[in-house]
Structure formats: structure tokens, C-alpha cells
Design a protein around this ligand. Structure first.
Ligand SMILES: Cc1cc2nc3c(=O)[nH]c(=O)nc-3n(C[C@H](O)[C@H](O)[C@H](O)COP(=O)(O)OP(=O)(O)OC[C@H]3O[C@@H](n4cnc5c(N)ncnc54)[C@H](O)[C@@H]3O)c2cc1C
Length: 322
């Protein structure tokens, strides 16, 4: 059966970048999610603009993803287009032309699809400090900027010098200086902007490569000790409520290890919901609702999900092909 997506190659998108009926469980660290009608891997700003023009012309719904490490996709999957900015769009360079002085620091510019770990390694190799706390976050730069990802006292927003993004409404590439953007706990200006982040320039301070790598290694050990990294998850399920820690509240309510089907409050870290094998999104969502209810009734704190929940509850009748 022919579909609107058959027209994408004619619009200049390489066929190898276009994937149909993609199980989103293969695109998320939760390993959960029904099929996406069409997923396009982006390799340049031009390709992104072309896909957005196609989407506008045909009135298609879409979402953007990076590494899918903060996403819960519902079991019915995603109608329309998933635009993925990851390894095909991941160059990094030292922006030497902007360097004010080696003693005060330096800039690096990277595409949105670069992984935070690769970015941190690049910075360490170039004797640039500031990314070590974020090096173990399994996301892309684009996802990190949108989420203002942070760990061990550092947040990506603190390092931002400028961000380039394509407007989903006009297709225009715009560069926003850092002072025009706001970042707060797991929040950024981009959450309310119709833009897809394409690159960011970060300002980093000088540091000794060996010491930076040693710090990254130390934090990676801490993560492995404290977090349930052997099971699929999307990281911390809930945001930290004002004046408390979500994991402690959940633990205090006796929910450590509590499970619904294959969805479980991690035995190792109560802030994580883990997929024990073949959990459905419905099970994760039921567990989220249950935890929020119990924690509110027992402690008065309202837990808000940190993970982003997208997609449909049910698959398209008669299959997913448009
Ligand atoms: C084991 C584990 C540990 C984690 N630890 C941490 C941690 O310590 N600190 C922390 O903050 N997070 C943590 N996370 C969560 C997650 O890794 C971060 O939120 C990360 O920044 C998400 O990046 P991503 O590329 O995977 O984004 P995705 O999950 O793909 O997307 C997240 C959101 O960003 C949007 N998005 C993605 N790319 C773009 C783009 N280019 N332009 C515009 N919007 C975009 C998506 O639409 C979505 O709304 C952890 C997750 C896991 C699985």
C-alpha cells in the first residue's frame, strides 16, 4: 500500500535515513513503545529543514527525539514522523575563533545529536573542564539542552553560550545567545518554543585532561553503584519536589521493589522505575499513578514526572501504515 512517506526520498531525504513502522522500544532506553509510522534520521540542518517542510505540506504530526533516554512512548506508538537527531548528526569542534584566552576558557560547538559522553571525552582531550558531571547521562546534547539535564551539581544550562535551532513553523535556522535563554531545574526556554535544537556552543574552563578523566571515571563508578544500570529505564522517573527527594519519599512509603506486571520501582534506587523485561507503557503509567497517589496520601508531596510521555494508547485500526 502506498503512503505519503513514499514521497520523502523524492524530496531529497536519503532512503537509508527513512524507516517505516519502527518499534519505538528499539529507540528508547526504557525498551518500551509501540510503532512509529515513520522515523527519519537527520544528518544535517538542510535535511531537517526538508523534513519539516514535508511535514508542513502534508499536515503530519511529528515529534523529535535524541537517544530516547528520557522518554516513555505509549503502547500504541506514534502517528506521523519521529525526527531523530543522534549519531548521524554529531560533529564537535573547538570554536577557536571565539576563544577569549586559554587561561579563562574556551568554546566548543557541537551538533545536537552528539552524545554527552562523547562531548565530555572531546572536552577532556582538549583540556576543557565542566562536562565531567554530565558525562554519564545517556542522552544527546539536544535532549540535554531541552531538559536542562544535570547531575552531581552541574547542569548543561550553566555552560551554554549559544544554541542554534530550526523553527518548526517557518523552517528558519535561528541562533539564540545564551542570555536570551532561561534554564532552571529540568526546564529550559525550548520547552515552550516551536524549535528543534540543532547545535550548541558551550563555554568551558581550562583543566588538566588526566584530572578531568579521573573525575569522569569516579562519577561513573558512583552511578554504577547507585543506579540500576543493568535494567532498562528512563532515569529518574519523577522530578525532585521542593524540599524533598522523590526516591526517599517513595522508599519511606514502602514502595521499594513494588511492581505492576513487569514495571517495578527499582530495588536499587527508588527514584527509578525499571522495565523487568517486557513491561508495557500501560504498566509503567499505572505504576506512576499508583506511586503518585500513595506518596501524596502519605506525605502530602505531589510528584511530577520528569520523563516525557508521548504517543498513542492504541495502535491505528488495521495497522499503522498511512
Ligand atoms: C540510566 C539513566 C540515567 C540518567 N541520568 C540522568 C541524570 O543524571 N541527569 C539528567 O538530567 N537526566 C538523566 N537521565 C535522563 C536523560 O538521559 C536526559 O534527560 C537526557 O538529557 C535526554 O536526552 P535524549 O537525547 O535521550 O533525549 P530524548 O529522551 O530523546 O528526548 C527528551 C526530550 O527532549 C526532546 N528533544 C530531544 N532532542 C531534541 C532536540 N534536538 N531539539 C528539541 N527537543 C529535543 C524530546 O522531544 C523530548 O521531549 C538519565 C536517563 C537514564 C536512562
Amino acid at each position: 500500500m502506498s503512503s505519503v512517506y513514499d514521497l520523502l526520498p523524492a524530496n531529497g531525504i536519503p532512503p537509508a535515513h527513512i524507516h517505516r513502522d519502527v518499534p519505538m522500544s528499539t529507540c528508547t532506553t526504557f525498551r518500551i513503545g509501540g510503532p512509529a509510522d515513520c522515523l527519519v534520521d537527520i544528518s544535517s540542518v538542510n535535511e531537517l529543514q526538508t523534513v519539516l517542510a514535508f511535514i508542513r505540506t502534508h499536515g503530519l504530526p511529528f515529534i523529535v527525539i535524541g537517544n530516547g533516554s528520557n522518554l516513555l512512548v505509549r503502547d500504541g506508538g506514534i502517528r506521523g514522523v519521529v525526527i531523530r537527531l543522534s549519531s548521524l548528526f554529531s560533529s564537535i569542534s573547538e570554536a577557536a575563533q571565539f576563544t577569549p584566552s586559554r587561561s579563562s576558557g574556551s568554546f566548543i560547538r557541537a551538533d545536537a545529536g552528539v552524545s554527552l559522553s562523547a562531548l565530555a571525552q572531546f572536552a577532556a582531550t582538549h583540556g576543557l573542564d565542566g562536562l565531567a558531571p554530565l558525562s554519564g547521562i545517556p542522552g544527546t546534547l539536544g535532549g540535554a539542552v531541552l531538559m536542562n539535564a544535570g547531575a552531581y551539581g552541574g547542569e548543561i544550562g550553566e555552560l551554554i553560550s549559544e544554541v542554534s535551532a530550526v523553527s518548526t513553523e517557518t523552517g528558519e535556522l535561528v541562533t539564540f545567545p545564551g542570555h536570551q535563554l532561561t534554564f532552571s531545574y529540568r526546564n529550559s526556554s525550548f520547552m515552550s518554543m516551536p524549535h528543534i535544537i540543532t547545535s550548541a556552543t558551550l563555554f568551558l574552563s581550562p583543566g588538566d585532561p588526566d584530572r578531568i578523566r579521573a573525575r569522569m571515571q569516579e562519577l561513573s563508578v558512583q552511578r554504577r553503584e547507585k543506579q540500576p544500570l543493568s535494567l532498562p529505564s528512563a532515569g529518574s522517573t519523577f522530578k525532585r519536589p521542593q524540599g524533598a527527594f522523590a526516591a526517599k519519599l517513595i522508599d519511606d512509603c514502602g514502595l521499594r521493589g513494588f511492581r505492576i506486571g513487569q514495571a517495578q520501582i527499582s530495588e536499587k534506587h527508588c527514584g527509578f522505575i525499571v522495565n523487568l523485561g517486557n513491561a508495557t507503557a500501560a504498566e509503567i503509567l499505572t505504576l506512576i499513578d499508583y506511586v503518585r497517589d500513595v506518596v501524596f496520601k502519605q506525605t502530602g508531596f505531589t510528584l511530577e514526572p520528569e520523563i516525557r510521555i508521548v504517543g498513542e494508547n492504541t495502535t491505528r485500526p488495521g495497522g499503522n501504515a498511512l
